[in-house]
Design a protein around this ligand. Structure first.
Ligand SMILES: Cc1cc2nc3c(=O)[nH]c(=O)nc-3n(C[C@H](O)[C@H](O)[C@H](O)COP(=O)(O)O)c2cc1C
Length: 378
């Protein structure tokens, strides 16, 4: 990975190494992809204030996230089907995060199960929950996360209805992958992916398969998942989850000040300002456009996390300057995973860490706590 210098290089390698259906699943967004593009471009429009002749010899990117020490203000976001980008993808990404001293979040829609990841990594990780209609299953899932010693529950609240990604339909995206002729040709040019994913033992939704009676077959399972997203979900359900989950609770997918104020009263310790990486409400504003007002409204009551569009360490510094205390990355590490497994995720984190350090230096700050609007030219 000597010549990989930025996240875009990892993205190009990911594109070459992973079948089109799975690369596009990660890379693309919903409908016109307006919000997906805005996430990235609005971050890039934020300009830094260069400062000179400040002693920046003691730069330190470390911080605390929900009271725990972290080497960077960075978290690996929950990403469904990570194990389809690389065999055992969830385990590898979690290991890379733990080696780098940052939290990893396992998605409900993962390929490797909670138990599988817990058995193969050294430290606790975070678990992301989608609340489904089958509340018995959800209660059992939370109990499994407790038994696996997950250190935070990330409750995703922006997926009651599902935004359509046109490209997934065009590509016939399916889990496990279907062997159509065009896919066969695609797979034939990606031998490393085939030996990791297609020949691996983990090829379905690990947290769900085998845990619902009558859902042993993949077709039934797919149908069950589609039908299970619950349009009735509301704040009372958050209270129910709060009553079962004893640990730290994070509400992910908040994009509105009134919702943030309600979240602050819900008993959750943190929220994530997020539009699901431009995969849900197309036409919504970028996450970064809404971050300052949400931070202003509730940052004294809860921790403010941010995601959407982060492709560099500069972007992390921008988000911190606009009011976030830490940032989640989705695609940036998934590109690393697709490009090179665990080493690729480590590379993605390392690129961001180094870019952060240089940006901090050129803005004249030494610590994460010093990063505020003064590093920007607003
Ligand atoms: C391929 C993919 C799958 C995702 N799956 C989930 C998921 O299962 N649960 C969830 O809460 N968010 C999911 N997200 C959203 C991410 O957690 C995160 O909000 C988003 O990726 C941030 O934007 P970024 O990719 O620009 O960093 C997914 C994102 C991507 C790209």
């Amino acid at each position: 990975m000597k010549h990989i210098t930025c996240i875009e290089d990892l993205r190009q390698l990911h594109k070459r190494k992973v079948p089109k259906a799975f690369f596009d699943y990660a890379d693309r967004g919903s409908y016109t992809e307006d919000t997906l593009r805005a996430n990235v471009s609005d971050l890039q429009d934020i300009k830094f204030r260069q400062r000179i002749l400040v002693d920046v010899s003691k730069r330190d990117t470390s911080t605390t996230i929900l009271g725990e020490p972290a080497k960077l203000p960075l978290i690996l976001a929950p990403v469904g089907l990570t194990g389809m980008q690389h065999g055992d993808g969830e385990i590898l990404a979690c290991r890379a995060a733990q080696a780098a001293g940052i939290p990893y979040t396992l998605s409900t829609m993962s390929i490797c199960s909670i138990e599988d990841v817990a058995a193969n990594v050294d430290k606790p990780f975070w678990f992301q929950l989608y609340v489904m209609k089958d509340r018995g299953f959800i209660k059992a899932l939370i109990e499994r996360a407790i038994a696996a010693k997950c250190s935070a529950l990330v409750l995703t609240v922006d997926l009651q209805v599902i935004g359509q990604r046109h490209q997934d339909i065009k590509n016939g995206m399916a889990v496990p992958p279907e062997w159509t002729l065009s896919k066969f040709v695609d797979f034939a040019t990606k031998p490393a992916w085939v030996s990791g994913v297609l020949r691996g033992k983990r090829r379905t939704f690990g947290n769900i398969a085998g845990h619902i009676k009558g859902m042993e077959g993949v077709t039934e399972l797919g149908r069950w998942i589609q039908e299970q997203f619950d349009t009735t979900l509301n704040w009372n359900d958050i209270a129910w989850i709060r009553s079962i989950w004893p640990g730290k609770l994070i509400l992910k997918g908040i994009l509105d000040v009134e919702d943030a104020q309600q979240a602050a009263k819900s008993g959750a310790e943190a929220l994530v300002v997020s539009n699901h990486g431009g995969r849900q409400l197309d036409g919504a504003q970028s996450s970064i456009a809404l971050l300052p007002e949400i931070a202003e409204a509730v940052s004294t009551e809860m921790e403010i996390m941010f995601d959407g569009g982060i492709r560099s360490g500069q972007d992390v510094v921008r988000a911190l300057a606009m009011g976030a205390q830490s940032c989640m990355i989705g695609r940036a590490y998934i590109h690393g995973l697709g490009a090179g497994g665990e080493a690729g995720v480590a590379k993605a984190i390392d690129i961001i860490a180094n870019e952060m350090k240089v940006t901090m230096g050129l803005c004249g700050v030494n610590t994460v706590a010093e990063i505020d609007e003064r590093v920007l030219t607003l």
